[in-house]
Design a protein around this ligand. Structure first.
Ligand code: ADP
Length: 441
């Protein structure tokens, strides 16, 4: 500022000196006045350039000015640059936060004070069927037309969550979404949504499972209690007592089978996957399966006119070893044969095969000429306690858990189960064993 004043004074003196030289005292006054005007006009011109430069908005564009105006230009430029850096920084932080919310496995919706959607991530868009661009600033009440949800929003009591049907829900593939609102700031809200379909299904399965187990145990227990009361109250003859005791033993055995199968299932679920270290000759597994099934067949058809025709076409299993748990594999394979034996009436034919598969693996199959299974039951056969023929299952000591155990064992060994059946003609249960689990011995 002092320098500016000195320059102004220098111009005055210069004007005054030239004026003095030209026309003494009056000339000096005129010279000083002209110098002041020239100074003023030049200053106005430079100020005007700066103003135009500011109005154009692009302050990074070059403008060469000296002195006070030059410094002002430089300071404005620096200030704007600082502001731009700040905006860029906060924009990056906002993008990072939105990126994190986008990556969240839960749906996230940001609502303004009026309940309008400010932002939502793709998961929320999928849960509610929003279009993040089109539906921005739309009221969520208009977009989610679920009375339960609207009642929840109107209540303003967000201590609990509310479970709604997802937008992509269909009767065959229901989708359930849990929604929870959290308020923040001045009337704003964060809405979180979570797909709870699997959770609800697991909970329903758990309830069904407990109900099924209770039923399976309670039925023989009721019969058993009835017999105990009879024995306690009636003075029975020895043959009658023996008959009652035999029936009681049968019910106790039934309960024992259910408990044993339940324990097997829980062991399968809780134990580590069978490794590749233990190799067992396939022929020895099949040998035991054959012995067991022939014994079971003889037992079940002892009172029938004809027995089963049991064929074992398992020559290809010679010199082959299988990796995994021999006890689990044995139980799975013999379960499939025992089902064929139990459901096929006397005189029927059961063929057990072991074949090498094209991919280097093997196929174990059990084909029977039993009653067959209607197509609608096939996908559900491996569910726990699912039975097509309840009475035949019970009569032959079935628990309804056999195929669930088979499925588990096969999954644990990387194998798959294929069921083909024609009602009235028979069924074929095939197991495909992966090449990695087999080797030549
Ligand atoms: P279960 O102990 O009742 O035999 P499983 O889980 O082994 O239970 O089998 C489920 C149901 O599948 C059986 O109840 C039966 O109705 C049907 N099933 C299984 N194997 C056969 C078969 N070879 N032929 C006809 N039905 C079968």
């Amino acid at each position: 500022m002092v320098l500016r004043f000195l320059i102004f004074l220098f111009w005055q003196l210069l004007g005054g000196a030239i004026g003095w030289w030209q026309g003494s005292a009056w000339g000096a006054a005129l010279g000083a006045a002209v110098a002041a005007w020239v100074w003023f006009v030049l200053d106005m011109w430079r100020g005007g350039r700066m103003l135009r430069w500011l109005r154009q908005g692009d302050v990074q564009r070059g403008l060469e000015l000296y002195g006070l105006w030059g410094e002002a230009v430089e300071r404005v430029r620096r200030l704007v640059r600082q502001q731009q850096d700040l905006v860029r920084e906060s924009d990056k932080r906002l993008q990072d936060i939105l990126g994190a919310l986008q990556a969240s496995p839960n749906g996230v919706v940001l609502l303004d004070e009026e309940g309008r959607i400010e932002w939502c991530n793709d998961t929320a868009a999928e849960h509610f069927g929003f279009d993040p661009q089109r539906d921005a600033l739309q009221s969520i009440r208009n977009l989610v037309r679920d009375p339960e949800f609207n009642a929840y929003l109107a209540e303003h009591d967000y201590a609990r969550d509310v479970v709604l049907e997802g937008r992509s829900s269909t009767p065959s593939r229901p989708v359930r979404v849990s929604v929870h609102v959290h308020t923040y700031g001045e009337g704003r809200a964060l809405l979180l949504s979570r797909d709870v379909t699997a959770l609800e299904q697991a909970e329903a399965m758990r309830r069904d499972f407990v109900a099924n187990v209770s039923h399976e145990i309670r039925t023989p227990l009721t019969v058993l209690t009835g017999f105990v009361e009879t024995l306690q109250t009636l003075d029975l003859e020895a043959p009658d007592r023996a008959r009652y005791l035999a029936m009681m033993a049968q019910q106790a055995a039934r309960m024992q089978s259910v408990v044993q199968d339940l324990l097997t299932l829980s062991r399968l679920e809780g134990s580590p996957l069978p490794g590749m270290a233990e190799w067992t000759p396939v022929s020895s597994l099949l040998q035991r399966c054959e012995e067991e099934s022939r014994a079971l067949s003889a037992l079940l058809t002892q009172n029938q006119a004809q027995g089963h025709v049991l064929e074992f076409d398992t020559g290809a299993a010679q010199w082959q070893d299988i990796a995994g748990s021999p006890a689990e594999l044995q139980s799975a394979l013999s379960n499939l044969i025992s089902n064929a034996v139990r459901y096929t009436p006397g005189g029927g034919r059961i063929v057990v095969r072991w074949e090498r598969a094209a991919d280097g693996g093997a196929v174990f199959s059990v084909q029977d000429t039993g009653p067959g299974i209607a197509p609608e039951h096939i996908p559900r056969l491996t569910e726990r306690f699912y039975r097509v023929d309840r009475s035949r299952s019970r009569e032959t000591g079935g628990t309804g858990l056999g195929l669930a155990i088979v499925k588990h064992v096969l999954q644990r060994h990387g194998a798959s189960l294929d069921i083909r059946s024609t009602l009235g003609k028979g069924s074929t249960f095939s197991v495909h064993l992966p090449p990695a689990r087999l080797r030549s011995s």
